[in-house]
Design a binder for this molecule. Structure first.
Ligand SMILES: *[C@@H]1O[C@H](CO)[C@@H](O)[C@H](O)[C@H]1NC(C)=O
Ligand SMILES: *[C@@H]1O[C@H](CO)[C@@H](O)[C@H](O)[C@H]1NC(C)=O
Length: 495
C-alpha cells in the first residue's frame, strides 16, 4: 500500500511545508498544557490536594490579617513572593480573554484554564470586598521581600497590605480589576452562573470606584509599587479597557459610550500590564460590537472606524514586513521591545494578531499597511513564527518555556524553583542563607513547568543565569496571553 501522502498530493505538500518551518512539528498541545500548569507554581494560599506542581506548599496563610481582611490566595507575580494587584488583574483578564476567544480549541485543557482564572478571580473578589471605599491592591513589602531569597512557604518578611481609597485613588488598578472580573464573569456565565453574577456585580463596583476617584495608584502608593509596577501609561487606558469589558459582559451601551468618550488618541505598539490601548482597540473592533454600534444612537461609521483603524495601525506597527513598522526585530526574527522581560510583549502582541485574524476572517475582510495587504493568514503566520521562536525555533536552539523541549532555561530567577523544596528540606531556609542557592551555578532543583522566561537579548542570545532577571525571570503576564495563541495553534497543527 502506498503511503497516504502519495495518494493525496495536496496533503503531502502541506505537511511538508509545515515540517520545514522548524525541522520538526512543535507539540503546541503539550506547550498549552504546560503553560497552564505554570500558574499552579505561582499560587499563593492554601493549595488543593490535586495541586500538580508538588514542590510547592501552602504559603501566605495570614495575608490580610494585619488589616483584619482575608487576602489569602492569588498569584505571586514572578520570581518573588509578592502579590501585586495590577499585574495579577491583567493576568486574569488575559487568561479569560484567551478562553473567550479560543476556549473551544482547548479540549481537555479548558477546565484547567478556567481553574487558573478562578484562582485569580477568587482573590480579586476578596481584594474588592471592601468596595465602594477600599480596594486592596498589594500584599508584601517589596523592599523587604527583594532583600531575601526565600521560599514562599518560609516567608518571614512583612506581609504589609496596601489599598487605594477615595483620598488615595488608583483608577488604573481598580479599572483593571473591573476588566478582570467582567472577563471572568463571561467565562463562568454558562458554567457557574451564581459565581458569574457575583463577578459581574463586583466588576461594576470596581469600575464605579475607578471612575469616581480618579488618580494613578503609583501617585498614591509610589514607593511600594514603583519601580516594579508603576503606572507609566496613566489610568485612562485602564478606564477605557474596563469599560470595554463591562460592555462585553453587560451589553449596556453606556459602557461603550464611556469607552468612546475617554478619547485616548495616538498610536501605541505596546500591549502590557501597564498599557491597555491596543487591547481595547482590538476588543472593540469586533464584528458584533460594530454591528451594535451601527444600530445604536452612539454608533455610526465614525465610531466603527475609530477602534478598527486604531487596531489596524497597531498591527501595522508590529508586523515585520509592514512599511510602518515601529518595533525592532532581532536577526533571528524575534520581536524585540525592551531588555527586561521582552517576551511579555511578544506573547501579548501575538495574542492580538491571532485574535484580530479571527475577527477579520469572520467579517471576510482584509486591510492594508501602506502597500502591504494584511490577511488573516498573514497575521496567523506571524503569530506562529513568534511562538515557534519561543518554543525552540531560534538561534540558541532552545525553548524559553521551562520543561518544554530538550534544551530550556535551567537557572531561572525564581525563589521557589531555585531553593530546595520544603519536602526535601523541611527546616526553614532564612532570608540570607537562600542566597547560596541564588549564586550557585547549579541548575534549579525544582522545575517550574511551563514558565516562559524574560527571554533572549537583542542579539538572540540567552544567558541562563539566575542573577540576570531581565532574561531569566518568569512572570504570570508572559504566559497569560500565550494561552490563547497556543490554543489556536494546537487546534490547527496538532488536531
Ligand atoms: C482540583 O480540586 C478542586 C477543589 O479542590 C476542584 O475544584 C478542581 O476541579 C480540581 N481540578 C482538577 C483538574 O481536577
Ligand atoms: C447601564 O449602565 C449605566 C451605568 O452604570 C446604568 O446607570 C444604567 O442603569 C444601565 N442600564 C441598564 C439598562 O442596565
Amino acid at each position: 500500500m502506498a503511503p497516504p501522502g502519495f495518494l493525496v498530493h495536496g496533503i503531502l505538500i502541506s505537511a511538508f511545508m509545515i515540517s520545514c518551518v522548524s525541522g520538526h512539528q512543535i507539540n503546541y498541545r503539550d506547550a498549552l498544557s504546560k503553560s497552564i500548569i505554570f500558574f499552579q507554581g505561582q499560587r499563593s494560599g492554601k493549595l488543593p490536594t490535586n495541586q500538580s506542581i508538588t514542590w510547592r506548599s501552602d504559603s501566605g496563610l495570614s495575608d490580610g490579617s494585619t488589616e483584619n481582611v482575608d487576602l489569602r490566595g492569588g498569584y505571586y507575580d514572578a520570581g518573588d513572593n509578592l502579590k501585586f494587584g495590577l499585574p495579577m488583574a491583567y493576568t486574569t483578564t488575559m487568561l479569560a480573554w484567551s478562553v473567550l476567544e479560543f476556549g473551544k480549541h482547548m479540549a481537555s485543557e479548558l477546565h484547567n484554564a478556567r481553574e487558573a482564572i478562578r484562582w485569580g478571580s477568587d482573590y480579586l473578589l476578596k481584594a474588592s470586598a471592601a468596595l465602594p471605599d477600599k480596594l486592596y491592591v498589594q500584599v508584601g513589602d517589596p523592599t523587604a521581600d527583594h532583600k531575601c531569597w526565600e521560599r514562599a512557604e518560609d516567608m518571614d518578611t512583612p506581609r504589609s497590605v496596601y489599598k487605594v481609597t477615595p483620598i488615595n485613588p488608583g483608577s488604573d488598578v481598580a479599572a483593571e480589576t473591573a476588566a478582570a472580573l467582567a472577563a471572568a464573569s463571561l467565562v463562568f456565565k454558562n458554567i457557574d452562573c451564581q459565581y458569574s453574577d457575583k463577578l459581574l456585580a463586583t466588576s461594576k463596583k470596581a469600575f464605579a470606584f475607578a471612575d469616581k476617584y480618579r488618580g494613578k495608584y503609583s501617585d498614591s502608593l509610589s514607593s511600594v509599587v514603583c519601580p516594579f509596577y508603576c503606572s507609566y501609561s496613566g489610568y485612562l487606558d485602564e478606564l477605557q479597557w474596563g469599560a470595554a469589558w463591562l460592555y462585553k459582559a453587560t451589553k449596556n451601551l453606556s459602557y461603550l459610550e464611556y469607552a468612546k468618550s475617554i478619547g485616548v488618541e495616538g498610536d501605541s505598539d505596546t500591549f502590557s500590564w501597564d498599557n491597555k490601548l491596543p487591547g481595547t482597540r482590538v476588543l472593540l473592533s469586533r464584528v458584533d460590537v460594530i454591528n451594535e454600534m451601527q444600530h445604536s444612537v452612539i454608533g455610526g461609521d465614525e465610531a466603527v472606524s475609530g477602534f478598527r483603524q486604531q487596531a489596524e495601525r497597531f498591527i501595522c506597527n508590529v508586523l515585520p514586513i509592514s512599511p510602518s513598522l515601529t518595533v525592532k526585530y532581532t536577526a533571528g526574527g524575534l520581536m524585540y521591545k525592551l531588555e527586561g522581560s521582552n517576551l511579555q510583549y511578544v506573547t501579548s502582541s501575538s495574542f492580538l494578531l491571532t485574535t484580530y485574524a479571527k475577527y477579520l476572517k469572520k467579517s471576510k475582510a482584509t486591510f492594508t499597511c501602506g502597500t502591504l495587504t494584511v490577511t488573516p493568514a498573514l497575521l496567523r503566520e506571524q503569530a506562529k513564527k513568534q511562538v515557534d521562536y519561543i518554543l525552540g525555533d531560534n538561534p540558541e536552539g532552545m525553548s524559553y518555556m521551562v520543561g518544554f523541549g530538550e534544551k530550556f532555561p535551567k537557572r531561572i530567577h525564581h525563589r521557589g524553583s531555585s531553593l530546595p523544596s520544603i519536602q526535601q528540606k523541611p527546616q526553614a531556609i532564612g532570608c540570607d542563607s537562600g542566597f547560596q542557592s541564588f549564586h550557585s551555578v547549579n541548575p534549579n532543583p525544582n522545575i517550574l513547568t511551563g514558565a516562559i522566561v524574560g527571554g533572549p537579548d537583542e542579539h538572540d542570545s540567552f544567558a541562563d543565569d539566575r542573577t540576570n532577571y531581565a532574561q531569566s525571570e518568569p512572570a504570570t503576564y508572559i504566559n497569560a496571553p500565550l494561552t490563547g495563541t497556543l490554543s489556536y495553534l494546537a487546534a490547527s497543527f496538532n488536531p
